[in-house]
Design a protein around this ligand. Sequence first.
Ligand code: PLP
Length: 495
Amino acid sequence: MNYLSTRNKELRMTPAQAIVKGLAPDGGLLTPAVIPRLPTRAMETMKDMSYRQRVVYILSSYLEGFTSSELNLYAAAAYGGGKFSDPDVAPVMKLDDSTYCMELWHGPTCAFKDMALQMLPHLLSASLVKSDERRSACILVATSGDTGKAALEGFRDVDRTKILVFYPKNGVSDIQELQMVTQEGGNVGVCAVVGNFDDAQTGVKKLFSDEDLAEELSERGYFLSSANSINWGRVLPQIVYYASAYCDLLHSGAIEKGQEVNFCVPTGNFGNILAGYYAKCMGVPIKKLICASNANNVLTDFINTGVYDRNRTFYNTISPSMDILISSNLERMLFELTGRDDKLVREYMSQLSQIGCYRVESFVRDRMQKLFYAGCTDDDETKATIARLWNEHSYLVDPHTAVAFHVLDQYRADTGDDAPTVVVSTASPFKFCDSVLDALGVKERKSGLDILDQLSELTGVRAPAALARLKGRRPRFTSVVDKANMEAPVQAFLP
Ligand SMILES: *Cc1c(COP(=O)(O)O)cnc(C)c1O
């Protein structure tokens, strides 16, 4: 199967090329030329499979040129070998007869980014060979926290890749910083930047557009590449867990064959929920995709009105991984909603970059509203939801997941729909101890890693080993650079 650009359907690439390039040359997103349909009995076939087998089953339909035995190896490397603390990888918990929660944070960094970033490096490394790229990839990442660590863990010691992560010196939590600066692996580097996330990101973008640097690195056998969420290799592994959750519900007898379920997804860049849409197109019986936002509710307004307008106040919330005003993966959704009209997509995207705003045609809005429900919350409601879930169900959730639970309540009140619903849980509550303790009414909170014990003692829930292990670890990376000087660490990093 080929991949094409959302801005030009004539442009064609192989899966390996799409993964190596990351982005189409015209700025569009690389998207499968057709979305494969699963065979009629696929859910029953997959029902008795392990998560790793489900990965191979789904991925093989998108990756022509990759053999099943290759995909088996990558799935084993990504999701096996103790990388995930739960043998089910993406276990589904039951809260009540119609409410379930799929936990996507049992990976090495305790956030859902692991689901894709454990797989992408293997796909990329193989794609280099398959597309005759002789050079190695040097991945540069600017991170506000979760992505950097997940990318480091994913690319750690993966063949023909090196990864260098820049984070804002005073823009990440103590735990997040410690997670990154203690990273192990022979091909990794971490560097703090004086400034905020925007400074780090602008600096990385500059490096990507520096042609002299590109030429020089090329002579040394490297090209710069990114691990960001618009790469198809990050969206694809996420489709699997929607099918997997459905199969788990079928397996446990919670639902009957063919019965529709809703998924409620805490959303930022629209990557996670987009994978849910592809799962639905493939034939997973999904009724509604519920798009949950925090106070940065640009998607809520878009889905409810058909107008996307990024000209609004940016809020720093307690669900920081969703503090986003430009949801870049939405472009793939627009491509599908317009009936794959690349010209319309180009128009919307050009209006977005010129005036920060566009309005979709009414048929696009209608289609969108059939597929999605959208709602948003503020920080107080989010905290109240954390407390409610703990008090009523003894179930501890992080703030991102709480946003989704709150919007699910809105959805049910609004529509009266009582179909089984899976809330997608995107981070361990222990990654956001401070907000969770605050929500549970604890005024005096410990600092550093002691806060893990504080939350554990209060709730009797054990902190993930990957976080507890950070205690007493010595930082391996200590360099700090000025934002104007980010080329130096790249030069020093590569042989
Ligand atoms: C990245 C992230 C999200 C948002 O996911 P998108 O794919 O960007 O919509 C939600 N929650 C957490 C914890 C995340 O790290």
